[in-house]
Design a protein. Structure first.
Length: 418
């Protein structure tokens, strides 16, 4: 088959011609995800890929068709977007489905020549970021995410896999272009964001932090860890817009940046996003049934429960399935989890300054009603970023980590006259 760019007008015909997902006489409706600004809370904040929801108008059954192209859907970028990333993502989803099937959308078709796949539609679930922004609390979700990350980390690591299999996995998921993108944007001050021109005040504040030589040095140390460790298959873009939830269910999506990386990478990236939520609710009025104070408490609860779940599940996997050479060396497991914890704290700090300070749309902050409050929230996030990066080794427990977030935030707000 010759390559074709799938569009809203051709998606239905492609599915009918290339699959048996729908009856041949089905009347299919196609919606291009991201094309309607009024549905942003349902569509998410992804700007890169071409996604289509294809629905049987008679039964209501639907699937998602996702195609990658060598460019981003909504912005120009100096970084090439390798279209083969979509095939890599679909293969990763198949691997993760074997580990945590309840948390991964089912894959129905992989079409490598057209850089697309078709998968389960999770449209009955909502994007966790926007659910939190709407003032909704789902107590079960952070433990589910902790289980997902811990199991995926353990069962794609050399702790479980034979070394040859682990090395083959590393070779298959090198993903050098996408990996290089994250190695730069997370840890280097000169990385360019797609919306740089829109946020000059934020960038100016971030540059004050980047001007500190010792901070730069610690960020380079973190970058080295990020680049050098190939412990397990990581999502690499695990933020709250890539988690679809309701009160009892969770699915993770958008894994095209995946590669073999540090066990701590996804955890730090996610926690950075949860910290946005904590800071946001100092500046937003009540939404839904819960007060801003309750939503701040929920953000901290999410951080605590995610980490507690991760530790518990990882240890359980170790006890059940670690390779024979590691059996009886539980102190080595403790060592690995200790390094994971301190790296996670540092990566959370890196996430804060890289996304908000680099010029990337951040709905948690962008939707704070007053611009002056947006800037103040950014000031707090940058102080937190520096504190977490610089003092990651001094924070001993999950409780200390949460207390540090609260203390630094309160001290910064007091210094700003709040």
């Amino acid at each position: 088959m010759d390559y074709q760019n799938i569009t809203k007008d051709t998606a239905a015909a492609y599915i009918q011609n290339e699959t048996n997902l729908f009856p041949k006489d089905a009347v299919l409706d196609v919606y291009e995800i991201g094309s309607d600004a009024s549905k942003a809370d349902d569509d998410g904040d992804g700007f890169v890929n071409f996604l289509f929801r294809v629905t049987d108008t008679r039964t209501g059954g639907s699937v998602i068709l996702k195609q990658a192209r060598p460019y981003a859907r909504t912005f120009e970028s100096a970084t090439p977007y390798v279209p083969e990333r979509n095939t890599l993502e679909a293969r990763l989803m198949l691997i993760k489905s074997a580990i945590t099937p309840e948390y991964i959308p089912e894959i129905y078709l992989i079409d490598a020549p057209n850089h697309l796949y078709i998968c389960e539609d999770c449209g009955d679930l909502k994007i966790w970021r926007f659910e939190m922004m709407a003032g909704k609390i789902y107590p079960k979700i952070p433990a589910m995410v902790g289980e997902l990350v811990a199991k995926d980390n353990f069962y794609t690591s050399e702790l479980y896999l034979e070394p040859e299999t682990h090395q083959e996995l590393e070779a298959a998921f090198a993903n050098p272009v996408m990996r290089n993108l994250f190695e730069n944007i997370l840890f280097l001050p000169k990385a360019i964001g797609p919306d740089d021109a829109a946020y000059p005040k934020r960038q100016a504040l971030a540059q004050q932090v980047w001007a500190d030589h010792t901070f730069r040095t610690e960020m380079l140390k973190l970058r080295h860890i990020y680049m050098a460790k190939s412990e397990c298959l990581i999502h690499s873009d695990l933020h709250t817009s890539n988690l679809m939830v309701d009160a009892d269910h969770m699915k993770t999506i958008d894994m095209e940046y995946a590669f073999m990386g540090a066990c701590s990478a996804d955890s730090g990236y996610l926690i950075g996003n949860l910290i946005y939520q904590y800071v946001r609710w100092f500046y937003c009025p009540q939404a839904g049934d819960h007060t801003p104070t309750e939503m701040r408490a929920y953000a901290l609860y999410n951080i605590r429960m995610f980490l507690e779940s991760y530790f518990a599940v990882f240890k359980a996997c170790w006890q059940e399935d670690v390779r024979d050479i590691y059996r009886g060396f539980d102190d080595y497991c403790d060592y690995l989890l200790d390094r994971y914890f301190h790296e996670t704290i540092g990566f959370a700090g890196a996430q804060l300054i890289s996304r908000v300070g680099r010029g990337t749309r951040t709905p948690d902050i962008d939707t704070i009603p007053e611009e002056s409050d947006q800037i103040e929230a950014c000031q707090i996030l940058f102080v937190l970023a520096k504190a977490l990066v610089m003092h990651r080794e001094d924070i001993a427990t999950i409780g200390d980590f949460v207390d540090t977030i609260v203390r630094v935030t309160e001290d910064t707000r007091a210094a700003l006259g709040k």
